[in-house]
Design a protein around this ligand. Structure first.
Ligand SMILES: [Zn+2]
Length: 406
């Protein structure tokens, strides 16, 4: 039985005392992260190898003994060690060619994504969490926490404290209930198109919120930094950011859940972004010169959440005994899903596909999705050529249809 990891997020019922401690520990964690990150970025700039966990942990013991950074001693040491491990992971991920979306780790600012993780020493008893050096804190419980608890991460958002409880659960993955297979194309004119003809529009409410966000951000920039009005406006902007993220996640989750329930095998285009993005960074052994530069990915695809969508599809299909398969995207947008004729001219406009040979006309992204399915079903990693051969054969058997070699 495979294991899966899941997280339950609960709001903590903190009091003044626990808030003071949590704030202090988060501050120590942030300080350690930023200091270690700065050291490593400087090393990268000087083309020196990065310091990994063991070296950084050695520095940590020195810092704890020093007068200047002695405050680190107050923080539970496993929390600090975890920070260094997270930093090591962040660097490894960023140089990992299989994770093209990972960027270089960044400095943490107070109140933005700075949390502390307890890998051990915690306890949970119905409605309370015990944290080392802090003690018991109650939490708002909405559902039963199932599985073995691996770690607990504490974060603060807009003055409220949350605990994300990560658990490991064993799941049974039998055979998928359906044997349906589907191809999906990351649409040019829509969010996604399916080989069964379904077209999923983009996230419109997201656009609307984005305009609002831009307006509120302009207002914020006009206020005096640090003033009461500025703080108020800052909270507004932060809440809006949160809302946008939620709307988007909600949209993607609904879509990926539906697909993973109804289809056992889902084929998507491998967008071949891995090489593009990884090259600028170089490798761990030999960091590139522009390690800090953002990778040259198509930002609109990123914004649309296509990769998050794929990630969700991948694990949800896995849970249900299904599978996500990436196929070679070559020519999928120019090939006729009906007769196999492949030509630029088939793509008369972004939205419409019209085959120059057989006259087949279709929503361009649906046509591409059908090709993704066909390429996937032939089961070949570099199937672009093979598939057109196969389609040409079948097309030749059809009366009156003569494919032109591309
Ligand atoms: Zn055709």
């Amino acid at each position: 039985m495979p294991k899966i990891r899941k997280a339950y997020k609960v709001q903590l019922k903190t009091n003044k005392e626990s808030e003071v401690l949590l704030t202090r520990f988060c501050g120590s964690g942030r300080f350690l992260w930023n200091k270690s990150l700065a050291m490593n970025l400087e090393r990268l700039n000087n083309r020196q190898p990065i310091l990994w966990y063991n070296e950084l942990a050695f520095w940590l013991t020195l810092w704890k003994r020093s007068e200047e950074y002695g405050f680190l001693k107050e923080c539970p040491s496993q929390v600090l060690q975890q920070k260094l491990q997270d930093l090591e992971r962040a660097f490894r991920d960023c140089f990992d060619k299989n994770q093209p979306l990972k960027r270089m780790p960044v400095f943490k600012k107070k109140g933005s994504g700075d949390g502390i993780r307890f890998p051990q020493g915690f306890k949970i008893d119905n409605r309370r969490i015990f944290l080392p050096k802090i003690g018991w804190i109650g939490f708002h419980k909405s559902r039963e926490i199932a599985g073995t608890i691996r770690n607990i991460t504490i974060t603060n958002r807009n003055g409220k404290w949350y605990a994300s409880i990560q658990v490991e659960q064993m799941i049974e993955t039998g055979k998928h209930v359906s044997d349906s297979e589907i191809g999906i194309d990351a649409g040019v004119t829509c969010f996604a198109a399916f080989s069964d003809g379904t077209v999923v529009e983009g996230i419109h409410s997201y656009r609307k919120h984005e305009d609002l966000l831009a307006r509120e951000q302009r207002k914020l920039s006009r206020k005096k930094k640090g003033s009461e009005n500025w703080k108020k406006q800052k909270r507004k902007v932060s809440t809006l950011h949160h809302t946008i993220a939620n709307v988007r996640q909600d949209f993607l989750h609904k879509l990926s859940t539906g697909i993973s329930k109804n289809h056992a095998k889902v084929y998507v285009e491998g967008l071949q972004i891995r090489n593009m993005s990884a090259s600028a960074r170089g490798s761990i052994e030999e960091p590139g010169r522009h390690v800090k530069a953002k990778s040259g990915l198509n930002k609109s695809i990123l914004d649309q959440g296509w990769f998050e969508f794929q990630r969700q599809l991948d694990y949800k299909l896995f849970w249900r005994g299904g599978m996500l398969v990436e196929v070679n995207p070559r020519h999928t947008s120019q090939r006729c899903s009906c007769c196999g004729h492949t030509a630029k001219e088939n793509r008369a406009s972004q939205a419409v596909f019209k085959c120059m040979v057989c006259g087949h006309q279709e929503h361009a992204d649906v046509n591409a999705a059908k090709n993704v399915l066909t390429v996937g079903q032939t089961g070949m990693a570099c199937a672009a050529n093979h598939i057109s051969d196969r389609q040409q054969e079948s097309a030749e058997n059809r009366e009156g249809v003569l494919p032109i070699a591309s």
